[in-house]
Design a protein around this ligand. Structure first.
Ligand SMILES: Nc1nc2c(ncn2[C@@H]2O[C@H](COP(=O)(O)OP(=O)(O)OP(=O)(O)O)[C@@H](O)[C@H]2O)c(=O)[nH]1
Ligand SMILES: [Mg+2]
Length: 300
């Protein structure tokens, strides 16, 4: 029997569907998803293990220009994922097409890496196949050989992607898996709990609070069959705080109820969840806050 192992970086613009694809590939939810741009902030590993291969997908934050310290942290994550990958998947939202800045990004990626880059035209469930032709043309003009169209949401063509990735990875006579076969992510349950709360907040709140939200777990205690979690939802303005709390606390209650349900499924025990809302002005610029919330670069 021969075995294969590889790291696969999943990159692309915010909202292209990277986290949805990683969840679909590993058939487990490791990364939160929302219609808002810049949902993912940390690199998250999604690990797919079978008898004969282990594929480690690195979900990354969306490629964007740095405006603040949090953006720099996110962009550094993308570069480190590209640096350690055996294969790079570049996701494009087919309904949006390819922007000029993405073409520049892709050209520099081609020049700076030796590994195979697969271009993925995602969200094909939303678009007629004939509408893909101009995009396919543009991608081939950029000189990319491997292009696959799929839907991360419905799973259409996702098996083909796995087969393509496997072709790029060398065979090994020994079982060269790096991760324990029982794990499907590198992240702790505590991290995933904080992300679930952030996902619910992002999904329930409208565009008035686009990116400036963070979740900080202040208490995480397992008491026999009950997990006690206390967390701060941190925003940047007093006006945002009122929106998050909602009329008579209705919004925070909705976020809490929905998060508790998902957390209970994740940890498989009853959960007591208590949420608070805190204002920390300009926290995305403040290195102390970023470190406190787990967004830390080694060189800070
Ligand atoms: N219809 C459809 N929607 C999709 C598909 N893939 C992703 N989406 C939706 O697109 C939105 C963004 O998806 P995410 O997976 O959060 O995108 P992302 O690339 O991880 O975004 P960031 O983390 O912000 O960089 C969500 O509303 C998803 O449900 C797809 O194949 N079809
Ligand atoms: Mg994401």
């Amino acid at each position: 029997m021969t075995y294969k192992f590889g790291y696969i970086a999943v990159v692309g613009k915010p909202n292209a569907g990277k986290s949805t694809l990683v969840n679909c590939l590993i058939q487990n939810k490791v990364a939160i998803v929302s219609p808002k741009a810049q949902t993912t902030r940390n690199n998250i590993l999604g690990i797919l293990t079978t008898q004969t291969y282990q594929l480690v997908f690195i979900d990354t934050p969306g490629v964007h220009k740095s405006k603040n310290a949090l953006d720099k942290f996110m962009n550094k994550n993308i570069r480190s994922a590209e640096g350690c990958a055996d294969v790079i998947l570049y996701l494009i939202d087919s309904t949006k097409g390819l922007e000029d800045f993405e073409c520049d990004y892709l050209k520099s990626l081609q020049q700076n890496t030796d590994v195979e880059i697969v271009i993925i035209l995602n969200k094909i469930d939303l678009i007629k196949k004939t509408k893909l032709l101009p995009l396919l043309q543009k991608v081939s003009e950029l000189g990319f050989e491997f292009v696959l169209s799929l839907s991360a949401k419905t799973g259409e063509n996702v098996d083909d992607l796995i087969q393509l990735i496997l072709q790029f990875l060398p065979d090994s006579q020994t079982k060269n898996f790096v991760y324990d076969e029982n794990y499907y992510t590198d992240k702790s349950l505590k991290f995933m709990v904080s992300e679930i709360i952030r996902e619910k907040a992002l999904n329930f709140l409208n565009d008035e609070i686009p990116h400036g939200l963070s979740v900080n777990i202040t208490k995480y205690e397992q008491k026999s069959t009950l997990l006690i979690v206390e967390a701060d939802i941190v925003c940047e303005k007093e006006s945002h705080k009122s929106i998050i709390i909602g009329k008579n606390g209705a919004m925070i209650k909705k976020i809490g109820q929905s998060a508790r349900k998902d957390i209970e499924e994740l940890v498989n025990t009853k959960v007591y969840l208590n949420l608070f809302v805190k204002v920390k002005k300009d926290w995305r610029e403040n290195l102390n806050f970023l470190t406190e919330f787990g967004y830390k670069n080694e060189d800070w």
